[in-house]
Structure formats: structure tokens, C-alpha cells
Design a protein around this ligand. Structure first.
Ligand code: GRF
Length: 241
């Protein structure tokens, strides 16, 4: 393709997937370039990896935002275009029937953090947002402001299990504890649910009787580092027509 796919990345930690994508971009094995790396956690290794590669970085400190909302209240800080009813109707992340107040607080605090993320992200002319170990859910408030063309998914995620099995934060742990003989990872688009969006690619590996949880994680990550760049390239080719 003539133009490279312009990719934004979000991380929360070590950033080994980010590194795999940086390496693939630098090697020219995918037609993509990374515009920025944002993190919800300050000081993580992934930010260092990005800076070393000359990529712009920023932090939106979710923990800090959430704890100051607890102390100082949330309503005065909501983005002007936030509509709680609209977000409640669309979201599939929390069971609002159980504890409506708690669910509303969750959606409001996330939208405040997401507005700060959008401030940074929308400054770039980005084609695709890649979540590379970003450990926060995204609400419809954020998703709708990235996916502005109906039917055109622009947010990708990697999950450490063979979805739809084992959604949630501990895919390899859940796979191991269940006694599965095969584990894997999934790259999918983000939709309004948690780990429910359309699947782009998957890779599997065998779990031997003697494997520990650590072995499973190591095998899985190795597969992730192959799968994520391949899925970004697939997206780049689709966009190029
Ligand atoms: C990966 O296992 C990914 O699937 C999950 O979080 C982990 C991130 O690892 N979402 P890293 O930060 O890319 O090393």
C-alpha cells in the first residue's frame, strides 16, 4: 500500500506486545507506523519501550482520576457531551439492575477518564487504535467517538484466551485452572461488551501435563507476539482495498 496504516496504541504494563508491533513496523514486515503510546498507569515499562523507539507517549492516570472522583464527586467533572441514559442503554459491561448507583458511578468515572484519553488521541490522524495489554474496559462513550463510521471497527484488542472461552482479566490463569489441554490468544475488535467483539485472528498452543501456569503464560505470549502484528497487517490490507 502507498500509505502506511497509522496506528495508536494503549498499554497498561510491560508492553511486550507493543514491542512486537514496534519491531514489525521497524522491520517493514507490516505496513504500519505507530503514532503514539498512551498508558493508564504512569511509569510502566511499555512507555519506556515506546520512548526508546521515538514514539510520542502520554499517561491518563485512571487510578488517580477514580480516587479523586470518590473524594470530590463526579457530576461536575463529566464531559459536556456525556449522556448517562444513552450510555446506560448501549453498554454491556455492568449489570445496572443490581446496583444502579454503583453502575452509574462506574460509567461516569470511566467517561471522565475516557474524555481525557480522547483529548490526547484525537489530536492524531489515526486509522486504528490498538489495545496492547490495556487493562481497562472502554465504554460506549469512548467507542462511539473512535468508531465514527457505522460498521467500521477501529479499535483492536488482544485477549489471552481462545474467545469466547475465558473472557475477563485472567485468560491464561482461567485456561490453566480449568485443566484445558489447549490454550491460545485472540485478537478481536472492541464492541460494547467485555471481550465480545468480532474475532480477527486466533492462535493456539498445547498445554502439556507438566506445564505450570508460568509455562502457559510464556507459550501464550509467544503466540501473541506473532498474532498481533499479523492481524494489524490484515487490517492494513483490508483498508488498502
Ligand atoms: C497480554 O497477555 C495480553 O493478552 C493481555 O495483557 C498482557 C499484556 O502483556 N491483555 P504485555 O504488556 O503486552 O507484555
Amino acid at each position: 500500500m502507498a500509505d502506511k496504516l497509522k496506528v495508536g496504541t494503549l498499554i497498561s504494563g510491560g508492553g511486550t506486545n507493543l514491542q512486537a508491533i514496534i519491531d514489525a513496523c521497524e522491520a517493514g514486515s507490516i505496513d504500519a507506523q505507530i503514532l503514539f503510546t498512551g498508558s493508564d498507569v504512569p511509569g510502566v515499562k511499555g512507555l519506556e519501550r515506546a520512548q526508546k523507539a521515538g514514539i510520542d507517549t502520554f499517561v491518563v492516570d485512571y487510578s488517580d482520576i477514580i480516587s479523586s472522583c470518590r473524594k470530590e464527586g463526579v457530576d461536575d467533572r463529566l464531559p459536556a457531551d456525556f449522556d448517562l441514559r444513552e450510555i446506560q442503554a448501549k453498554q454491556q459491561l455492568v449489570d445496572a439492575g443490581k446496583d444502579p448507583e454503583k453502575a452509574a458511578f462506574f460509567l461516569k468515572t470511566r467517561a471522565i477518564a475516557e474524555a481525557a484519553l480522547l483529548d490526547r488521541i484525537l489530536a492524531y490522524d489515526m486509522d486504528l487504535l490498538v489495545l496492547a495489554g490495556f487493562m481497562r474496559v472502554l465504554t460506549p462513550y469512548f467507542i462511539d467517538r473512535i468508531n465514527t463510521v457505522p460498521g467500521n471497527h477501529r479499535i483492536m484488542n488482544i485477549h489471552p484466551a481462545l474467545l469466547p472461552a475465558f473472557p475477563g482479566t485472567d485468560g491464561y490463569g482461567d485456561t490453566f485452572k480449568y485443566g484445558c489441554k489447549v490454550g491460545g490468544c485472540t485478537v478481536h475488535f472492541i464492541d460494547y461488551g467485555e471481550d465480545t467483539g468480532p474475532i480477527i485472528g486466533q492462535k493456539a498452543f498445547e498445554i502439556e501435563e507438566t506445564d505450570t501456569l508460568d509455562d502457559v503464560k510464556k507459550k501464550g505470549l509467544k503466540k501473541e507476539w506473532e498474532l498481533y502484528p499479523a492481524c494489524i497487517q490484515k487490517y492494513a490490507e483490508t483498508q488498502a482495498g
